[in-house]
Design a protein around this ligand. Structure first.
Ligand code: ADP
Length: 349
């Protein structure tokens, strides 16, 4: 296959103030704004796309497994929609082959959907020669997975909730380049790589059943602004508290949903206690934990505190892996040599 091809690499992001609950499920329009740190390529997704007139239909391989575009999951169908939208932008009809691989657990709460959605959108735009601005990329990526809207940019990124029904004002913008506070890091504690039982999409749709959810919406909106101020002042003490409280608030809302959703594990709770212990011993917040919709714990801190955090984590038994991640730049193109599209994946005839 030749024609329009591209291979890209992109990364997850860790939300410092989280997206939970949507005002429109089809378009992934959130009820509150959110803010995140885009990760460097320590954890990453690679995605190759190729458009070809010879393909009888769209094909999507994720982690070596073919995905069902007709009866797939909500997120798979949203990949198809993003593909259709990009084709419309480019004014072409050719079918596409998409081959993607996550170099970290898929569906385990480390935002594979964010990494995957942003990398795919970027690869599609490059393959089709579309010179899309970050805003346009963010809007398309958002429709694959809400948090993907933030992974199209590097550094510290805010996703504005927007108010319009068509979602044209709901996109992400970079607030700070990664060089603004390069000391800020994320320590990812891998507790489980297992696929979560309740997908994020199902969880979002249950948010309105929670009594706490109504209070969360204005609270999170303010927390985003407070997080921006804390980052502007490079104030870890303030940021760590905002991050921990927002994570706890979201998980309280999840537990308060009906039926209740529980993503956090006992090990996650143990890490929380250890970080509180560490902060108390230090007399200030030297680290803040956060849990996405999944079992794994992430710890926001600065490079000079890393050893203290690692010592505290050593006392928690059962963490499978600990990975330190810096801030990243967002998706970028790889060379043709890195293509994941191998001849055996291309349909014959
Ligand atoms: P996570 O916490 O890993 O984001 P979710 O349940 O929210 O978990 O999303 C996982 C889903 O995201 C997958 O089942 C798949 O539909 C989609 N996804 C994951 N990785 C990719 C990828 N590389 N490209 C496209 N879609 C992806």
């Amino acid at each position: 296959m030749e024609e329009e091809v591209a291979t890209a690499i992109g990364t997850p992001n860790i939300a410092l103030v989280k997206y939970w609950g949507r005002r429109d499920s089809a378009l992934n329009l959130p009820t509150n704004s959110s803010i995140s740190m885009t990760m460097d390529e320590t954890l990453c997704t690679k995605t190759s796309v190729a458009f070809s007139k010879n393909l009888p239909e769209d094909i999507f391989y994720l982690n070596g497994e073919i995905q069902d575009f007709r009866h797939g999951t909500e997120k798979t169908m949203k990949v198809k929609r993003a593909l259709d939208e990009m084709r419309k932008f480019a004014g072409i009809r050719a079918k596409a082959m998409i081959v993607s691989k996550n170099f970290f657990p898929t569906g385990g709460g480390i935002a594979s959907s964010a990494s995957g959605g942003a990398t795919l959108t970027f690869a599609l735009s490059k393959a089709l020669g579309l010179n899309l601005k970050a805003k346009e990329l963010s809007i398309v990526a958002r429709q694959v997975s809400g948090s993907a809207s933030r992974s199209v940019l590097g550094g510290i990124v805010k996703w504005n909730r927007g108010k319009k029904r068509d979602g044209s004002d709901s996109y992400a913008e970079q607030v700070f380049d990664k060089s603004y506070w390069p000391d800020l890091i994320d320590i990812v504690c891998m507790i489980s790589g297992e696929k979560k039982k309740v997908s994020s999409s199902e969880g979002h749709d249950l948010a309105p059943t929670s009594i706490l959810y109504k209070a969360r919406i204005p609270y999170a909106e303010k927390a985003v602004e407070r997080a921006i101020t804390a980052i502007r002042q490079r104030d870890l003490n303030a940021l760590a508290e905002i991050v921990m409280r927002d994570s706890n608030n979201m998980h309280a809302t999840m537990l308060d949903s009906w039926p209740p959703i529980i993503y956090m594990t006992d090990l996650g709770k143990e890490i929380m206690a250890k970080i509180h212990e560490l902060n108390a011993a230090e007399g200030e917040m030297v680290a803040g934990y956060t849990h996405d919709a999944g079992p794994n714990t992430q710890i926001i801190t600065i490079k000079s505190n890393r050893n203290k955090v690692m010592s505290a984590l050593k006392e928690v038994k059962g963490i499978k892996d600990i990975i330190t991640v810096n801030q990243g730049d967002g998706p970028r193109l790889l060379s043709a040599r890195d293509s994941l599209i191998t001849p055996d994946l291309v349909p014959k005839g």
